[in-house]
Design a protein around this ligand. Structure first.
Ligand SMILES: CC(C)(COP(=O)(O)OP(=O)(O)OC[C@H]1O[C@@H](n2cnc3c(N)ncnc32)[C@H](O)[C@@H]1OP(=O)(O)O)[C@@H](O)C(=O)NCCC(=O)NCCS
Length: 161
């Protein structure tokens, strides 16, 4: 019965919900698997306690499979991080998370959203372009590569409403 229910939940589409400090451990785990420098559980805990921070998580059954976090300042927001669990990528979850997050930011009175992304991060660049972000700046050679040349950081902006 338990095995049947886990299989059922594994196939069910992920559910999106507001996130808080209780999600710090699962966010840190996905973050560590997604970025060269992972953020610790306590870093996430501090972040998710801030009043100006908005966060969503995607869950499949009891497992967290993705998240997005931004910080709001007046009528602007910055996306601080978005990541989807490796096994769940390429199935529209990043788009779902970002879309839901942007709608909620707009509802809170945010007019402009910024973020910074490594230019060589093709999936992230496609995701942001699809959701209406445009390039407003570039920092050349910003991200050091373990081998070979450094890559640029691209600053993107999306106007809301
Ligand atoms: C970036 C990320 C959040 C996207 O999440 P996702 O669930 O895989 O994305 P989606 O399935 O919603 O796809 C979004 C777009 O990216 C494209 N995409 C997804 N995976 C891709 C890949 N491996 N290569 C090229 N494009 C890809 C999709 O085709 C889609 O574009 P389209 O609408 O033009 O077809 C996810 O890849 C991730 O967690 N990466 C590691 C963390 C990261 O880099 N975060 C962003 C830092 S700024």
């Amino acid at each position: 019965m338990i095995a049947f229910l886990s299989r059922l939940f594994a196939r069910a589409p992920p559910r999106l919900a507001d996130a808080g400090p209780g999600d710090a451990a699962s966010f840190a785990e996905i973050h560590a698997a997604s970025f060269r420098r992972g953020w610790s559980e306590s870093e996430f805990e501090r972040l998710l306690t801030e009043r100006s921070v908005l966060a969503h998580r995607a869950s499949a059954g009891s497992a967290c499979v993705g998240f997005i976090v931004s910080r709001i300042a007046a009528d602007e927001a910055e996306i601080l991080s978005i990541a989807v669990a490796t096994a769940r990528r390429g199935r529209g979850l990043g788009r779902l998370l970002l879309d839901r997050h942007l709608r909620q930011l707009a509802g809170l009175g945010v007019r402009r959203v910024f973020l910074e992304v490594e230019g060589a991060n093709t999936s992230a660049m496609r995701l942001y372009a699809r959701l209406g972000f445009g390039t407003v700046g570039e920092r050349r050679d910003y991200y050091a590569k373990s081998a070979g040349a450094a890559t640029a950081a691209i600053v993107l902006r999306r106007e809301l409403g």
